[in-house]
Design a protein around this ligand. Sequence first.
Ligand SMILES: Nc1ncnc2c1ncn2[C@@H]1O[C@H](COP(=O)(O)OP(=O)(O)OP(=O)(O)O)[C@@H](O)[C@H]1O
Ligand SMILES: [Mg+2]
Length: 506
Amino acid sequence: MPLVSMRQIDKYFYGTAANRQVSLEIERGEIHALLGENGAGKTTLMNILYGIYQKDGGSISWKGEEVSFSSPKDAIANHIGMVHQHFMLVETMTVSQNITLGLRSKRHPFPDRAAIDARITELSGRYGLQVNPRALISELSVGEQQRVEIIKLLYRDAELLILDEPTAVLTPLEIEQFFQVLRALRDQGHSVILITHKIPEVMSITDTITVLRDGQSIRTLRTAEADEQLLSQLMIGRPLQPVIPEVLETEGSRTALAIDRLSLTDRGIRRLDHISFEIRTGEIFGLAGVDGNGQKELAETILGIRIPQEGSISFFDTQVQQLNVQQRKRLGLAYISDDRHHDGLIMDMSLTENYLLKAFMDKRYSRYGFVDYRACRAATTEAVTSYRIKTRGTEEPVRLLSGGNQQKLILSRELSGAPGIIIAFQPTRGLDIGASEYIQKMLAQKRREGCAILLISADLDEIQAMSDRIGIIYKGALQDIISNTGNLDTTRIGLLMAGHRQTEES
Ligand SMILES: Nc1ncnc2c1ncn2[C@@H]1O[C@H](COP(=O)(O)OP(=O)(O)OP(=O)(O)O)[C@@H](O)[C@H]1O
Ligand SMILES: [Mg+2]
C-alpha cells in the first residue's frame, strides 16, 4: 500500500485548470521527484495534499484511508509537512522559537527552551542539519534557513516531507550537503517529495519521478529507467539545447561599471572588503561564490540601497556614491533582484501595475507628469507575449502567477528600456529550462547590444556558460578574477569559493 495516493485530482482557478486528472503515488522511504516546467501545476498539487487548497475533483488516500485535509494544521497532525518555495520564518525570532511556533500548549504556556533546544540539536545531529537553535533567523544564510524549515517539520514528526524547489536557493556545495540530508531522511523511513525542474538533480538523488506538464501527470517512472533526454522530452516536449558561449569582441568597448576598493561594514561585520573590478560595455562579469559571502551587499551597494564606508563606484564616467537609487537607475542601471517578494513585485497588484512601478520614472509611459496607463498596458501585453508569461491577463494580480512566471515579469520589466549596466542577481533561480534558456538568451542579447552585465549566480554552470570573466568572492573579498577561456579550471574556482587562496597552488 502506498503512503499517499492522489487519484485524478482536478483543480480549477477561475475556470482554468491548474491540475487535470493528476495521479501520484508515493511509497514509504522513497525520494519522489515532481518534475515539471513553470506553471505545470506542481505547487498547486502539493498545496492540495497539504490542505492549503481544496481539490475540485479526485480523491486522496493517506496510509490507505481516504482523507481530505482542510488546512495545513490537519496535514501536519497527520504527519505531512511542507517547505514552501518561499520560506515562512519569522526573521526577528530565533531558530528555536520558529521551530516551536504555534506549538505552545495551554497547559505549558512557558516553553522549556533547554529541552526544546536539546531536541533540535538531537534532530539536527541525526539528519546532518547543522544549525544553532539560538541564532536569529535574520542572521542565517538561505541554506541555513532551509535547514530550520526542515527541522521544523521533523520536530512535528513529519513522515512525508514535501519540499518545493529546495535547491533553487542553494549553492553547489550546499546542494551536496542537502542531498546527504535527503538520503538520511529516506534511510530512516521518511518519504520525500522533491519539487523541481532540474533534471540532473532528479537523476542523482531521486528513486521515482512523476512528470507534470500543463497540469497533467504525463508519466511516472523509476529514476533508474530514466535519462536526461527522456525527461526533458517528457517535461517540455522537446530535447535539450545546450547554451553556447560566444567569443567577446572587446574592440571599441569602454568601462561601464568601475568599482574601486569598496568596503562595507554592517553592525560591526565586514561585508565587503576592498573590492575592485571593472566591467566593460559588451561584457558579462560573473560573480561566483557561496551564497552569503557579500554578493547581496555588493549588489545593493551598487544599486544604492547600502552606503559603503570606503571606495567608489562609477557608471561610465560618473561617480555615483552621492546618488540615490532612482538617480542611479536613470543613469542606465537595471537591477534584477533575486528576491521577487521583497523588492521585485507587489503581489496584490496587477501585472500592468507592477510594470508601472518602473514606468512612472520612464518618459515613455508618462505624459505631462501623468502615467500613460494604456501605453503601459500595451508594453505589459508585449512582455507577456515575448517572455511567454503564463497568465490569464495583464490585469490579474501577480500573486496568481507561478513563481517562475513572476520572475519572468521582473526580468521583462527591468530589461525594458535601454539599460547600460545590468545587475542580474540569480536571474534564473527557480526558473525551468525553457525560461532559463530564454533569460540567458536575453542577457546574451543585451551584451551584444553593448550592456555591461554583472551576473551574480550560485550556479557555477550558468556563470561558466555566460561569463567573459569570473570573479570569485569569499567573505566579502574578491579572491581572484579569471578569464573564461573555454578550458576553465572549475576545481580551482570551487577551492577559491571555499576560501583557499591562490598562494596554495602552483
Ligand atoms: N491561487 C491561484 N489562483 C489562480 N491561479 C493560480 C493560483 N495558483 C496557481 N495558479 C495557476 O495555476 C497554474 C499552475 O501553477 P503552479 O504554481 O502550481 O505551477 P508550478 O508547477 O509550481 O510552477 P513554478 O515552477 O513556476 O513554481 C499556473 O498557471 C498558475 O498561474
Ligand atoms: Mg511552484
